[in-house]
Design a protein around this ligand. Structure first.
Ligand SMILES: Cc1ncc(COP(=O)(O)O)c(C=O)c1O
Length: 390
């Protein structure tokens, strides 16, 4: 008997949801947050906190970091020391701050592309130079181009590598062997290794995510790990996350930078819900991953039967489906825009994530099954029209 009901519809429009600020007839499956009811203990924690009558500035208590430490030990078999942690109100804010304060104008930053679009802004807005290391897409799979990676990381001008593990948008994790190699290359050229692992808990109960800190080489002093419960517990609107840095000097430098950017202190509701999530959320995460897995299976079956020319890239992590649309010879922005105009289904065009994403669309599957069915039917209508034109 399941404890949580992910079929329950929540009216997100009344919450001022960014994603659901669309016409009534439209179905927005683009931006990466979920449509599910949050864990009851999270709601309870917020209610309790709201009853404390005084909402002034707060500090980050040790209970916050201890909750992270317990979760990573129990769920990911990883021992983290609570003294390595810093609070930040967002993962993107942390990346932006780290780049701004540790690098100099025109320094190079490497990323595996396609990648989460906002990272591009962090690089550009800080006057830095992007060095792309395109992932190799072959036989429905993405692989690292090691020759290119080695060359770009070892380039004297390269100062940071933004690593997204599990990877948005291609939905894969990285093996220990790959991670070891990445760390050792970064170490050779003293490159900051910024590892965004925000999607690590969405794993369909199938794969074991390997964190940068699972590696025996994670003693490398320039590693900055970014984690948060916001994706898996659907609390992104609370603006809460952590950085984990082993090296004391680097940690102190980053702490000062976070304070300077005014993102190093939690808002009044950014602590207790996190403690509640990590303390009571184990079963929620198991059932949520099962539900997402069923959504994924539904989509695979539907696509195999009715949309065989749209190729789903097999994902092991994230609730973001990466779909190859190249058969239709339409670029992703046009595909997404025509799909929206014809059917009201809103997806993210792959070009948002890099030029090499232009033959793809990204579909958020963290929604009620009936929305997944609806999305499939809308896609089917659109594809029928496209095939009529062929
Ligand atoms: C890889 C990745 N990092 C960071 C974020 C955003 O995190 P935050 O809201 O904490 O800035 C997202 C959101 O989709 C993401 O996919």
């Amino acid at each position: 008997m399941k404890k949580y009901n992910f079929d329950k519809t929540i009216d997100r429009r009344v919450t001022y949801s960014f994603r659901w600020n669309v016409k009534d007839s439209e179905l927005p499956l683009n931006i990466a947050d979920m449509d599910f009811e949050v864990l009851p203990e999270i709601k309870e924690a917020i209610k309790k906190r709201s009853e404390l009558d005084c909402y002034g500035y707060i500090d980050t208590p040790k209970e916050y970091f201890e909750a992270y430490v317990r979760w990573w030990k129990e769920r990911h078999n990883l021992s983290l020391d609570r003294n390595w942690f810093l609070f930040s109100s967002s993962v993107v804010g942390s990346i932006d701050t780290v780049l701004k304060h540790l690098l100099k104008e025109n320094d190079q930053v490497v990323m595996f592309t396609p990648i989460y679009n906002v990272f591009y802004n962090c690089i550009k807005n800080n006057g830095l130079v992007l060095k792309e290391c395109e992932l190799i897409y072959r036989d429905n799979e993405y692989k690292i181009d090691w020759d290119k990676f080695e060359k770009t990381i070892l380039d004297k001008k390269t100062k940071a590598f933004i690593f997204c593990n599990p990877h948005n948008p291609v939905g894969r994790g990285f093996s220990l062997e790959e991670i070891n190699r990445i760390i050792n290359l970064c170490k050779k050229n003293n490159v900051y290794l910024i590892s965004d692992e925000i999607h690590c808990d969405i794993d369909y109960n199938k794969s074991k995510y390997v964190s940068i800190f699972h590696s025996e080489y994670s003693t490398y002093k320039n590693i900055i790990l970014l984690i948060s419960p916001t994706k898996i517990f659907n609390i992104a609107g609370l603006q809460t996350s952590s950085l984990v840095i082993k090296d004391e000097l680097l940690r102190q430098t980053v702490q000062n930078a976070l304070y300077k950017e005014d993102i190093g202190e939690p808002n009044y509701f950014a602590v207790d819900p996190v403690v509640a999530a990590f303390t009571h959320g184990k079963q929620y995460v198991v059932e949520l991953n099962e539900y997402l897995c069923e959504n994924l299976e539904f989509l695979h079956k539907f696509f195999n039967k009715f949309l065989p020319n749209l190729k789903i890239i097999p994902i092991h992590y994230t609730y973001l489906l990466w779909i190859d649309i190249s058969y239709y010879k339409l670029k992703s922005v046009e595909f997404a825009s025509r799909l929206k105009n014809k059917t009201g289904l809103i997806v993210a065009p792959g070009k948002n994530y890099g030029e090499n994403g232009d033959n793809f669309i990204r579909l958020n599957i963290a929604t009620q099954r009936k929305n997944i069915e609806d999305a499939c039917n809308r896609l089917f209508d659109f594809i029928k029209e496209l095939e009529g034109e062929k």
